[in-house]
Design a protein around this ligand. Structure first.
Ligand code: PLP
Length: 444
């Protein structure tokens, strides 16, 4: 493949943008390809190379790159009528109504502009509502570029994971291993009265796609109820992807107090949202006293894109379609991995999938990739990664330096970090999945 033009653009970018990119994950070595345009389930780069795209913007593009007519015209109409006004519009009410109608725990929604802004606001809300400072997060989770969750370490021994964050932020953050009930129970026994919230992704989506084992979320729910803390589900990835319009909380049958959204709910435009029970969400200004505000919040073009995307998905059985494709991908990968690299692990759920390189790691054998949560009935339960530490033993170097570039040369665009999920979209076809599986065969 020729990458001359991307190379030129990257050289230019390096002199005006730190690392040549606007989000650090995009800085693929030796240089990223620059995208010219999307086309259905593909992207085409500046040199005219065509890739099957399973990054899908890191998750927002449920429908892929060719938006249906009803979504396109809603976006164009909003943009043509003046892009934004600094005053409320009907479309933001309609999108909030859609979210509240479908997501079991949500009665009210505040829209913001990114997943990060949503989780920052949700943490502030929980602290304001409870009058407490501490939050509990999962090791290996990601909640955006925010001070309170960019921490490393275990339990109460945490420190900031980036320069520029005062130690005092990390002092309020306790990290626990995902799926370890005893650990989190012990944390609550000692600090329960100081904990404002447990913040967790329902499925760890930024760390190899790790599923909750049966009963784990119930334990978190019970602890939060017993100690008067809030349970916050970060559904920025899983929202309107896992579990369809009811989101992961619907799939798992757990009602968090607060949910953060992003990605799909904006139909491919910048978005975030915080939803939950009215009595909690109404703590936000101006109804309550927890400060929250934003020039671009509830942006009409984003709201129109999100609303029409979700309406289209609901009317056209899109979730069933992408989940079938996701299952086809995981089944195909499971066969390939079993033959070529049985120590690796296929993980995923609904329209999410990934192969992680677990040689010498937690898995030791392949498992089904279906996100089984059953302690009793799943034959590969022990082999399935349960938390960030399990996944951390995977071979990142091999994945990122050898496997990812090999897949790119095969014409398949995957998230370059081994721990981040891949996504199937409604623009992909069964033939696309077959083609991708052939590429996996070669690259593995
Ligand atoms: N929360 C989760 C679970 C995410 O995966 C992300 C981003 O990938 C965020 C929050 C932050 O969202 P954003 O990148 O829109 O700020």
């Amino acid at each position: 493949m020729n990458h001359e033009r991307s190379r030129e653009l990257y050289d230019r970018a390096l002199s005006v943008a730190p690392g040549g990119v606007n989000s650090s994950v995009r800085a693929i070595q030796p240089y990223p390809f620059f995208v010219e345009k999307g086309d259905g389930g593909h992207v085409i780069d500046a040199d005219g190379n065509r890739y099957l795209d399973f990054v899908m913007g890191y998750g927002p593009l449920l429908l892929g790159h060719d938006l249906p007519e009803q979504v396109q015209s809603a976006i164009q109409q909003r943009a043509a009528e003046g892009p934004m006004y600094g005053a409320p519009t009907e479309v933001e009410v309609e999108l909030a109504e859609f979210v509240a109608r479908h997501v079991p725990s949500v009665e009210m929604v505040r829209f913001v502009n990114s997943g990060t802004e949503a989780t920052v606001s949700a943490v502030r809300l929980a602290r304001g509502y409870t009058g407490r400072d501490k939050i509990v997060i999962m090791q290996g989770s990601y909640h955006g570029a925010q001070e309170s969750t960019l921490v490393e370490g275990e339990g109460t021994h945490t420190s900031p994971s980036s320069p520029g964050i005062p130690e005092s932020f990390a002092e309020h953050t306790i990290t626990v291993p995902f799926n370890d009930e005893e650990y989190v129970e012990a944390v609550f026994e000692e600090h329960g009265d100081e904990i404002a919230a447990v913040l967790t992704e329902p499925i760890l989506g930024n760390h190899g796609i790790v599923h909750p084992v049966e009963g784990y979320h119930d334990t978190l729910r019970d602890l939060c109820d017993d100690y008067g803390s809030l349970l916050i589900f970060d559904e920025v990835i899983t929202g309107f992807r896992v579990g369809g319009p009811q989101c992961a909380q619907g799939k798992f049958g757990i009602e968090p107090d607060v949910t953060t959204f992003g990605k799909i709910v904006g139909g491919g435009f910048p978005v975030g949202a915080i939803g939950g029970r009215s009595e909690i969400i109404e703590q936000f200004t101006p109804a309550g006293e927890v400060f929250q505000s934003g020039t671009f919040s509830g942006h009409p073009v984003t709201m129109a894109a999100g609303l029409e995307t979700l309406r289209y998905a609901a009317e056209n059985d899109v979730w069933a379609q992408v989940n079938d494709l996701g299952a086809q991908m995981r089944e195909g990968l499971t066969d390939i991995v079993a033959n070529r690299a049985p120590e690796y692990t296929v993980v995923g759920s609904d329209s999410m999938f990934k192969v992680i390189f677990t040689r010498d790691g937690a898995s030791g054998e392949n498992h089904c990739g279906s996100g089984c949560r059953q302690r009793e009935s799943c034959p590969s339960y022990d082999a399935c990664p349960k938390n960030g530490a399990d996944v951390d033993r995977a071979e990142t170097e091999r994945w990122e330096r050898l496997f990812w570039p090999a897949m790119k040369e095969e014409g398949v665009f995957l998230t370059p970090n081994q721990f981040e999920s891949q996504f199937v979209s409604a623009a992909h076809t069964e033939e696309d999945i077959e083609e991708a599986l052939e590429a996996y065969k070669e690259a593995l």
